[in-house]
Each structure stands twice: as structure tokens, then as C-alpha cells.
Design a protein around this ligand. Structure first.
Ligand code: AMP
Ligand code: GLY
Length: 420
């Protein structure tokens, strides 16, 4: 198959690796890709949807897979469908589950899907009255996409009210913050669950855990994610069943009812509080770095999985996973997540470690001419093994072989699995 992958991160690199593992017959294109994806396929520089669709037609692309949320919420899937092209991802209408926190929260409430109690408003007075009914801490969220920064955990009522005021004035997040969601704080542990959906049917992937903070022991600022592992032993059959029956199935049903059937990756940010599940948020794409640890666990062909989901044929597919654990450690650049880091050279002195491999993210250049740092999260070292311990050991053994100036990584990825 000719497959076009939209995006440039470790997530898209990992999807590319999985597609090539299936069959060397797959020919991959990345738009725009990174310095390492050019070794898996061809990088192309087109960005606007019409040019990409024309490219897909001219090059007989059989399937397009969209990595990040921005093109989805801007309607890339609708644009490709208008040209009769096959693309895996939600329509613009369905992508509102991630594009608008208010849409998402009201959808959850309307379909009786468990979530934190909330109020959505553009009125400071209403928000303030609701805050007075909550006990600290409480959570204030901007409605629109804010690159993961639009969530404030306020330690007291004054802080919460100040956050609302800043958002509503447009000061903090511009138009994305002109409406806000205020919600109760849930005290539990977080999981990342992914359902591959074709509108009606779905496949739930093994539960993963991300590590959002920069430093060990969940200290330091929030990041896009410093590492992930899957499956996590923090779930049991009961939680998987609850996610299916109380979250995924009502979501697919509810989205069909509003003429926005959900096809693509439903990423469920879940909080478990004393064994009960609550949806924190939806994203409409794979998590990054979660995707990089989930792809190696797929036993079934990734090509079949994505193609059948995109063509509404998941029913005909049985999906199996390896009985293994994958741990992915993000190696980030010097100033991440504060500011751009220098484009220093990267050297890796052993890529062939048993059960370990690299997924490349923020890299420029090429393998032939040398890779350079080109972004915050530079690459991931992924270990796959029979249990969390073995996978973690392999991932960290590979980290030892990666060198570039200012590199930083957490030393405790998967700690919750080992501490339990
Ligand atoms: P979101 O973008 O909604 O996932 O929020 C980002 C992060 O904020 C989540 O991953 C949680 O760690 C935290 N968070 C969001 N909402 C809540 C909540 N109601 N209670 C506790 N933590 C939350
Ligand atoms: N790892 C979290 C995200 O991709 O949003």
C-alpha cells in the first residue's frame, strides 16, 4: 500500500515503523516528517489540505493516517473525503471532542458518561459563584486548544477566580479562553486509554500511562509527556469493562446521534478514583509518547487495523497483542519545555540493543549526514520485555548510548507499575 502519514513526531515515526514491520510492500510518505522518517519513506513539504489531497490522488495513496490534532480539528478528513480518498481520523465535527472542552463536557453529561462535576460559562460571576461551591483545589480550563497549557489547577478560590478572569479577558489564551470550564478536582491516578474506532465498532488497546512532569517523582513543569509504558498493571478487567460499557460505547452511540460518527483514535484521559472511572478529557488522536509504546505491542497488522478502521470494516478484524510490556523514555533537549534548544549533533553509539529501539521525534538532518536536535522531545528509547522491569531496563540501557549536549530524561518511567 501507499500510505501517507501526517505529522512529524515520534508518534508518526512509530506508526511508520509498525507499518513497515507488517510488510515491506508498504510505501510510506510523511508530511512533513522529520530527519529520521526520511529513512522509512519519503518526506514531503506540502501542508495545505488541498495540495495534500492532490498529492494523495496523483501518487495513488491508499490510506492517509493523521497524527496530530490540529489538522483534524481544522477538517483534513472532510477535505480528503470530498476527494473520495481513504483517511483514518475523525471529521471536523467529530474532532470537536478535543477541539472544544465545552463540547466535550456537555457531550459527556448528555450521554451520562462519568466525569468531574463542572460548569461552563463566559460569565465571571457565574464561574465565581460555582467556585464558591467547590472545595480546593479546583480546576479551570480554557475551552479551545492551547497546546496542552490551558488547564490550571488552582490551590484556592482566589487563584481559581484569578485564572477565570485572565482567561475570559483573553489575556492568557486569546480566543481559546473566552469561555471556560470550571470543575471539581479529582484525586486519583491517571491512565491513557485508546480505542480505534470506525464509527460503530472499536478495538480497545492496552492501557498506558504517561508521565507529564519534566522531573523524577512527578516534579517540575508539565510537558507533552516524558515517557510512557503499557500495559499498566494499574488496570484490571473491571476497569476495561467499565471503559467499554460506560465510556466508549455511549460515546460512539452519542456521536452517531448527532451526525458526527467517530472514526479514528479516541484517546480517553481517565482518572481512577477509589476504583471508579472518570473521563478527564478526550483527544481525537494517539497520545505522544503513548503511541510509541503501543505500536510495538500490536501483533495484528497495523496496516489492517488502520485501513479497516478507515473503511468502516473493523468488524472483520480480530486484533491480538503481544504478551509483553513496552516502556518508552523520552530524551528531551536542553531547554525543554521552556524554550528552543540549540541544534546540536546527536550520536547514538549502539542502536542494536536486545529488545530496544529508538523512535525519533525532534530531529533534523538525516542518518547519512548526521541527525541534529530540532525540537523539545528529541527521541524515545523504547524497551520491550516480558515484564515492566525487563522493558524498563532495556529502555534505560539504550538511553546510555544516546549522546547530545544538554540531553535530559527521567530516570523513573513506569515507577507506578513497580511501586504497586
Ligand atoms: P486535560 O488537558 O483536561 O487533560 O488536563 C491536563 C491535566 O490536568 C490532566 O492530565 C490532569 O493531570 C489534570 N487535570 C485535568 N482535569 C482535572 C481534574 N478535574 N482533576 C484533577 N486533575 C485534572
Ligand atoms: N501524551 C499526552 C498527549 O499526547 O496529549
Amino acid at each position: 500500500m501507499n500510505i501517507l502519514i501526517i505529522g512529524n513526531g515520534g508518534r508518526e515515526y512509530a506508526i511508520g515503523l509498525a507499518l513497515l514491520k507488517d510488510t515491506s510492500q508498504n510505501h510510506l510518505f510523511f508530511a512533513p516528517g522529520n530527519g529520521a522518517t526520511s529513512s522509512l519513506g519519503e518526506n514531503i513539504t506540502l501542508a495545505d489540505f488541498e495540495s495534500l489531497a492532490m498529492f494523495a490522488k496523483e501518487r495513488a495513496i491508499d490510506l492517509t493516517i493523521v497524527g496530530p490534532e490540529a489538522p483534524l480539528t481544522e477538517g483534513i478528513v472532510d477535505a480528503f473525503h470530498a476527494h473520495g480518498l481513504t483517511i483514518f481520523g475523525p471529521s471536523k465535527a467529530a474532532a470537536r471532542l478535543e477541539g472544544s472542552k465545552i463540547f466535550m463536557k456537555e457531550f459527556l453529561a448528555a450521554n451520562a458518561i462519568p466525569t468531574a462535576a463542572f460548569l461552563q460559562t463566559d460569565s465571571y460571576e457565574k464561574a465565581s459563584d460555582f467556585i464558591d461551591t467547590l472545595s480546593a483545589p479546583m480546576v479551570v480550563k480554557a475551552d479551545g486548544l492551547c497546546a496542552g497549557k490551558g488547564v490550571i489547577i488552582a490551590q484556592n478560590k482566589d487563584e481559581a477566580k484569578a485564572a477565570v478572569r485572565d482567561m475570559l479577558s483573553g489575556e492568557s489564551f486569546g480566543s481559546a479562553g473566552m469561555r471556560v470550564v470550571v470543575e471539581e478536582f479529582l484525586d486519583g491516578y491517571e491512565l491513557s486509554l485508546f480505542a480505534i474506532c470506525d464509527g460503530d465498532e472499536y478495538i480497545l488497546l492496552p492501557a498506558a500511562q504517561d508521565h507529564k512532569r519534566l522531573k523524577d517523582d512527578d516534579q517540575g513543569p508539565n510537558t507533552g509527556g516524558m515517557g510512557a509504558y503499557a500495559p499498566t498493571p494499574l488496570v484490571n478487567v473491571g476497569i476495561y469493562e467499565a471503559v467499554k460499557k460506560r465510556v466508549v460505547e455511549p460515546t460512539l452511540k452519542g456521536m452517531k446521534e448527532i451526525d458526527a460518527p467517530f472514526c479514528g483514535v479516541l484517546f480517553i484521559g481517565l482518572m481512577i478514583v477509589k476504583g471508579e472511572i472518570f473521563v478527564l478529557e478526550y483527544n481525537v488522536r494517539f497520545g505522544d509518547p503513548e503511541c510509541e509504546v503501543l505500536m510495538p505491542l500490536l501483533k495484528t497488522s497495523a496496516t489492517d487495523l488502520f485501513y479497516k478502521a478507515a473503511t468502516k470494516d473493523l468488524k472483520s478484524l480480530h486484533v491480538d497483542f503481544h504478551d509483553q510490556v513496552a516502556v518508552g523514555v523520552v530524551v528531551a533537549s536542553k531547554h525543554y519545555p521552556y524554550k528552543t534548544s540549540p541544534s546540536v549533533p546527536i550520536s547514538i553509539d549502539a542502536v542494536e540493543i536486545e529488545g530496544a529501539h529508538v523512535a525519533y521525534a525532534g530531529v533534523s538532518g538525516s542518518f547519512e549526514e548526521g541527525l541534529h536536535v530540532n525540537g523539545g522531545r528529541v527521541l524515545l528509547c523504547i524497551g520491550v520485555g516480558k515484564d515492566v522491569k525487563e522493558a524498563q531496563k532495556r529502555a534505560y540501557a539504550l538511553c546510555e548510548h544516546v549522546h547530545f549536549e544538554g540531553m535530559q530524561y527521567r530516570k523513573d518511567i513506569a515507577y507506578q507499575a513497580l511501586n504497586q
